[in-house]
Ligand binder design. Structure first.
Ligand SMILES: *[C@@H]1O[C@H](CO)[C@@H](O)[C@H](O)[C@H]1NC(C)=O
Ligand SMILES: *[C@@H]1O[C@H](CO)[C@@H](O)[C@H](O)[C@H]1NC(C)=O
Ligand SMILES: *[C@@H]1O[C@H](CO)[C@@H](O)[C@H](O)[C@H]1NC(C)=O
Ligand SMILES: *[C@@H]1O[C@H](CO)[C@@H](O)[C@H](O)[C@H]1NC(C)=O
Ligand SMILES: *[C@@H]1O[C@H](CO)[C@@H](O)[C@H](O)[C@H]1NC(C)=O
Ligand SMILES: *[C@@H]1O[C@H](CO)[C@@H](O)[C@H](O)[C@H]1NC(C)=O
Ligand SMILES: *[C@@H]1O[C@H](CO)[C@@H](O)[C@H](O)[C@H]1NC(C)=O
Length: 454
């Protein structure tokens, strides 16, 4: 939306507040705040500690895994060589931990622990592959494959591939075969308890479970990362962000069997720009509130995304019985193509083999803005706000929405959801304001103003 329109819209609300006398209900500050939340482009970002890799390698200490006995044949276990190379690279300043191109390294579950000396670069140009047999997996590290922790000011880059060889893990998942026990599987790449991290250009394939987890970290920049796994591989989220702040993802292409992006508890200031997702389950905040837990996610922006053949577009999902809140989210400039639930809030999420019991507490969802979202939906319920009976969603704002179905009509569904739309909103989201007379007045007046102005 251009600023002129914003200004006139806000101006209208302020005027309406004067006239109706009772529009305090609409938090103008909130709208302004949602509108002005910004995305810095990666090249504008100053992360002073982050080193650069000079092509002439001036002053850099090259630590090649091959020099530590790695075979690089995809068959020999190179775990020991990687661990030893890591110790050397981590302890010397200006090091480049190098996984050379055109070679394939078989590596087991490994912890790459910091803190490290200044200006470490992890240059992955070759392929790192995981042992494919779950039975051989290190029982003491069931949830990790490559886990980097306690790093500060580190650059991961290269045109290499991290390949989880996950097919046997998927086959043994309880999602694939109900007689299998439900257990966790490794995450391909984890960055944990770190700050000032930049990741550029890597490809992560066929993870055993989640592909890339950013956990307990801050100031993270992910640029041009590709993630790929089959659409029917279970729980293979693309990029999962937990307990992290100030994370920017941009120009990533992600196709998996689960969420393209998932943002969970204790995360704030998360920005996503120019994403391509599909297949998979779409871009999600949540799930939150499982097992009566507290979930808090604030300040999330998605700007410019294409979602193709995903089961959801932009989604917020919470379990009944949780607490906490999701607040201050803007999803904008999104194209959907053959997406089942383009806009969805699901507060009755239940990803469990047994039915979930009704609960009264819930994660509070408010100040969520959807702007310029268009394309084709597979389900008739193109907009679905299914909120908690006891903790309604509030201040959901829709503007310039155009969702159509190839063969039939579309509708918006609201349960315990309050908010409003302005500009074109198709399907009409009148259901957001149907419980609130003042809102009805406001919305029709917004339409009048729009029509007279245009
Ligand atoms: C490491 O990988 C090899 C080769 O796949 C496997 O035989 C071995 O059991 C693994 N070791 C551990 C500790 O996971
Ligand atoms: C990664 O390793 C660190 C250090 O060993 C550990 O504290 C952390 O829990 C691990 N992360 C995950 C997601 O397992
Ligand atoms: C599911 O797993 C059980 C036990 O492991 C196995 O006997 C059965 O053949 C599997 N079913 C399918 C459809 O793969
Ligand atoms: C859509 O995704 C599903 C699930 O991954 C896949 O089976 C199907 O072939 C995809 N359709 C298209 C048109 O890509
Ligand atoms: C969510 O994060 C908050 C801190 O922000 C913490 O108190 C709470 O225990 C976390 N919940 C879960 C499920 O980890
Ligand atoms: C969640 O809270 C409900 C209601 O207080 C309680 O019955 C249930 O056992 C709790 N569930 C868990 C996993 O703690
Ligand atoms: C709306 O979103 C689409 C898809 O990202 C984009 O191409 C278009 O420029 C956006 N329109 C405006 C007015 O920003």
């Amino acid at each position: 939306m251009d600023n002129f329109f914003l200004v006139s819209f806000l101006g209208f609300l302020i005027a309406a507040q004067g006239i109706a006398g009772n529009m305090g209900h609409y938090n103008i500050d909130m709208l302004e705040e949602l509108e002005s939340m910004d995305i810095e482009e990666e090249n504008e970002i100053e992360l002073s500690e982050i080193p650069t890799w000079k092509s002439e390698r001036g002053g850099k200490v090259l630590v090649n895994v091959d020099s530590f006995g790695a075979a690089g044949d995809g068959v020999t276990d190179d775990t020991r060589a990687f661990q030893n190379a890591w110790i050397t690279a981590c302890s010397a300043p200006e090091s480049v931990f190098l996984v050379p191109e055109e070679r394939k390294y078989l590596v087991n579950a490994t912890r790459f622990k910091g803190p490290c000396a200044d200006n470490l670069i992890i240059q992955i140009d070759g392929t790192i592959v995981a042992p494919d047999e779950p039975k051989d997996w290190d029982k003491t590290s069931p949830h990790i494959w490559l886990n980097f922790s306690k790093l500060d000011g580190v650059l991961f880059q290269g045109h290499g591939v991290i390949d989880g060889s996950g097919s046997k893990w998927w086959a043994s998942s309880c999602k694939k075969n109900k007689s299998n026990p439900c257990r966790g599987a490794p995450t391909a790449l984890t960055i944990d308890s770190s700050s000032a991290i930049k990741v550029k250009g890597l490809t992560i394939l066929n993870s055993q479970q989640m592909h890339f987890v950013i956990s307990k970290s801050n100031s993270v920049r992910i640029n041009g990362v590709k993630v790929s796994a089959p659409g029917d591989s279970p729980n293979t989220d693309g990029i999962h962000i937990t307990e992290s702040t100030d994370v920017v993802l941009q120009d990533c292409k992600i196709g998996t069997g689960d969420d393209c992006i998932s943002i969970v508890n204790a995360s704030s200031n998360i920005k996503m720009k120019r994403l391509y997702c599909g297949p998979g389950h779409g871009i999600s905040i949540g799930s939150l509130g499982k097992g009566n837990s507290t979930g808090i996610v604030t300040e999330v922006i998605l700007d410019t995304a294409v979602l193709k053949n995903t089961t959801n577009g932009v989604r917020i999902k919470t379990w009944q019985g949780g607490s906490g809140f999701v607040r201050g989210v803007r999803f904008q400039n999104v194209m959907v193509e053959d997406v089942s639930n383009p806009i969805i809030i699901d507060q009755f999420y239940c990803d469990s083999p047994t039915a979930c019991q009704p609960r009264t507490s819930a994660v509070k969802i408010s100040e969520i803005m959807y702007q310029n979202i268009s394309g084709t939906t597979k389900s008739a319920k193109a907009i679905n706000f299914d909120c908690s009976d006891t903790v309604p969603c509030s201040n959901l704002v829709l503007s310039n929405i155009n969702l159509v179905k190839k063969d039939g009509t579309v509708e918006a569904y609201c349960h315990s959801a309050q908010g409003f739309g302005y500009g074109t909103v198709h399907p009409s989201a009148d259901c957001l304001s149907s419980n609130d007379k003042r809102v009805e007045v406001a919305e029709s007046s917004v339409q009048d103003i729009l029509h007279t102005e245009l």
